[in-house]
Design a protein around this ligand. Structure first.
Ligand SMILES: Nc1ncnc2c1ncn2[C@@H]1O[C@H](COP(=O)(O)OP(=O)(O)OP(=O)(O)O)[C@@H](O)[C@H]1O
Ligand SMILES: [Mg+2]
Length: 300
């Protein structure tokens, strides 16, 4: 199982949209994905139409000693499962003030690692736009971080601060955390500033910046609140195609990083479709292979 955090300390940079887009794209490519909403504002959960979830089956439960991962019932969405945020996350945060409180999620995952590993290939955390005990918990429990960044001044500053946070977490709390990947979001090719900041990020962070970019897409700004994603309601929109490409590239990078560290084949390296048990409804080929080929370049 690969665990990753989607984070940027600056707000509105496309974290939630990216967590959702990547989860849906990975799900379409046959991987079993658990998306965890660790943002107390719960926009991800709301976007997916989940209101007032049972606390025992929400991300709040990750901060409870009694929780066993295998007993958590995530909500099935379109191609992935969701562990929604709960309204009490904000209140709970006030009591998470000890230095050891950044290890809750890591420990809960470690306890249930074998159950979760057999159930999911990828676990993705959506986080709030701040360094909170929740975003730190996510990074401490993760192998990877994805930093969505719109190529503009404030999001780029936020992304650089977030990069520094990942370095601190890596050196002090989680040596297993790999170099983060920057994912350019809400990119508008006509804006000169966007070109400038894209160039700047590639010069400064080189290979850490994914080649795939997410362009502005009106389809991505929609919030149907019925559990569907852009892949359901606008599969031909560029927002769907961009997240399919980004997910493919990200998985390839994750696999490359893993095989550099350890030669043994990991679960996530299984080819799309193989991840599920035989006979179920896994797509025969990845979204990218099957669907992208048939997607004409219809702008949205
Ligand atoms: N590629 C895109 N094209 C058009 N609109 C987008 C795109 N990506 C995100 N948006 C819109 O931009 C807004 C901010 O996106 P999102 O909520 O994903 O950011 P965030 O980083 O999660 O924000 P927050 O810090 O508040 O959690 C949302 O209204 C979303 O629908
Ligand atoms: Mg968000």
């Amino acid at each position: 199982m690969v665990v990753a955090t989607v984070c940027n300390h600056k707000g509105g940079t496309g974290k939630t949209t990216s967590a959702l887009g990547l989860a849906a794209a990975l799900g379409l490519s046959g991987r079993r994905v658990l998306l965890v909403d660790l943002d107390p504002q719960a926009f991800l959960s709301r976007t997916l139409g989940t209101k007032d979830p049972d606390a025992r089956h929400s991300s709040l439960a990750l901060f409870d000693e009694e929780t066993r991962l295998g007993a958590l019932r995530a909500q099935p969405m379109s191609g992935f499962d969701l562990l929604p945020a709960h309204g009490r996350l904000t209140r709970r945060m006030r009591r998470l003030s000890k230095p050891t409180d950044v290890f809750w999620v890591k420990e809960t995952l470690a306890q249930g690692r074998s159950e979760a590993t057999s159930e999911y290939d990828v676990l993705l955390f959506d986080t709030a736009a701040a360094v909170t005990v929740y975003s730190l918990n996510a990074l401490v429990a993760s192998d990877h971080a994805v930093i969505p960044v719109t190529p503009e001044y404030q999001p780029v500053v936020g992304a650089e601060q977030t990069y520094q946070t990942t370095q601190t977490v890596q050196s002090r709390l989680n040596p297993g955390l790999a170099e983060p990947h920057f994912l350019l979001t809400q990119v508008d090719g006509r804006k000169r500033a966007h070109k400038r900041y894209r160039r700047y990020l590639r010069e400064q962070y080189g290979e850490c910046v994914l080649q795939s970019v997410i362009r502005t897409s009106s389809a991505l700004a929609r919030t149907p609140e019925d559990g569907t994603t852009v892949f359901d309601y606008a599969p031909q929109a560029r927002g769907a195609r961009d997240y399919a490409n980004a997910a493919d590239e990200w998985v390839a990078r994750v696999e490359a990083a893993r095989s550099e560290r350890e030669p043994a084949p990991p679960e996530v390296t299984s080819s799309p479709g193989e991840a599920r048990s035989a006979g179920d409804d896994a797509p025969a080929a990845s979204y990218s292979a099957a669907a992208r080929a048939s997607l004409a370049g219809s702008p949205d």
